[in-house]
Ligand binder design. Structure first.
Ligand code: MG
Length: 377
């Protein structure tokens, strides 16, 4: 039986008002791959939607500068490895990382959705089998401006059953004292067995990062995420060498396994955070996970988008031996909350792996139509 890819559609969704803050739930790029025998798979891209979209739509320019749709039409979606390499090689001039690889990620997720649907099995089983039926999900939110607000938010997550939570970006980095005051306030309302993570959002310089990492370890913080900008791998290495006593997490900015190799071998991070909608999809994320396993590192996929990426992240984290936790955005955006119908269930701090064929998500067309950015005439 041969199946052929017959169409690739991309939908740019965007809220009416997009505010200037670090929040990936205000817009998104959805990919739908269809086959000649009636299957279709859904994927998501976390990038600048317009830029990533161009990598799909581009016409043929050169053997090493082709558009992804051109490269995919007529291919068998089961050939994920060969297709991945074909996309990588066909976009070599403008790809290898960045928006082209982000767009490839969305396509790869959609291919695995098709494979699962065609075989009648959830994606995690197509990826080689589930190591676990549920995965710890951490509530993820932007850091509020005041200690009182931060403590209130942490309490409400705990009441909902979360056993892990992360606060990040916002005004972190405003002052060391102020950051510590807010983190201490959060910690004070949580029982000691609740994991607390802090995402500093590149806010610190090298000396501050080392100092803060030691402070946060004393406050019982589980991991400190991205205290330094992503190009400062040497700074991360120095931070690890300073032995702060907590985990250092990073990797959401990286795409492709070679960048992750550098994050592990040069930056020496502890928790590796590939974003499936950016790193190269399931096909590349699995290689990254095993690279991490060989180096005895944990994997906690970054996911701050819609239910498509959330479901993909759960399947991924369930299907690797070193899946640590999954990020569960608490954004109120309708794109995060209402874009898909899914049987993904949160219970007592964990997300159950969907058992329906494929990713286990179905687009709500009314939400798609409501936020669809229509091409200008
Ligand atoms: Mg982050």
């Amino acid at each position: 039986m041969t199946m052929r890819i017959s169409d690739i559609e991309v939908y740019h969704l965007r809220l009416d008002v997009v505010e200037e803050r670090c929040d990936g739930t205000q817009d998104t790029l959805i990919v739908r791959v269809s086959t000649d025998d009636g299957y279709s798979g859904i994927g998501e891209v976390d990038s600048s939607p317009e830029v990533a979209r161009a990598a799909v739509d581009a016409r043929f320019s050169h053997t090493l500068a082709n558009g992804l749709r051109n490269l995919l039409l007529g291919e068998d979606p089961f050939d994920v490895e060969r297709i991945w390499h074909k996309m990588y090689a066909g976009t070599l001039y403008f790809g290898r990382s960045g928006p082209a690889l982000h767009a490839m990620s969305g396509i790869d997720i959609a291919l695995w959705d098709i494979i699962g649907k065609a075989c009648g099995r959830p994606v995690c089983r197509m990826l080689g089998g589930a190591f676990r039926e549920q995965i710890l999900a951490y509530a993820s939110a932007l850091m509020p401006d005041t200690a009182a607000e931060a403590a209130r938010m942490a309490e409400s997550f705990a009441v909902q059953g979360y056993r892990a939570m992360k606060f990040g970006w916002g005004t972190l980095g405003r002052s060391e004292r102020d950051d510590i005051e807010r983190i201490r306030a959060i910690r004070s309302v949580l029982s000691p067995d609740v994991k607390l993570m802090i995402d500093a959002g590149h806010a610190y310089d090298r000396r501050t990062a080392i100092r803060m990492a030691h402070h946060l370890a004393e406050l019982g913080v589980h991991w400190l995420e991205e205290p330094l900008p992503p190009h400062d791998l040497r700074g991360y290495r120095d931070l690890a060498a300073a032995q702060p006593g907590l985990y250092i997490a990073a990797g959401e900015q990286a795409a492709g396994r070679r960048e992750f190799q550098a994050w592990m071998d040069e930056a020496d991070i502890d928790i590796v955070q590939p974003d499936l909608a950016r790193c190269g999809g399931f096909t590349e994320a699995r290689k990254i996970a095993y690279m991490a396993l060989d180096r005895n590192r944990l994997v906690a996929p970054h996911a701050f988008k819609t239910g498509i990426l959330l479901s993909a992240s759960v399947h991924f984290a369930a299907s690797i031996p070193n899946g640590h936790m999954v990020e569960y955005t608490q954004s109120a955006s309708p794109l995060a909350r209402a874009l898909v119908h899914t049987d993904l269930q949160f219970h007592d701090g964990y997300l159950r792996v969907p058992q329906t064929p494929g990713l286990g998500v179905e687009l709500d067309d009314s939400v798609v139509q409501r936020y669809l950015v229509r091409a200008q005439a």
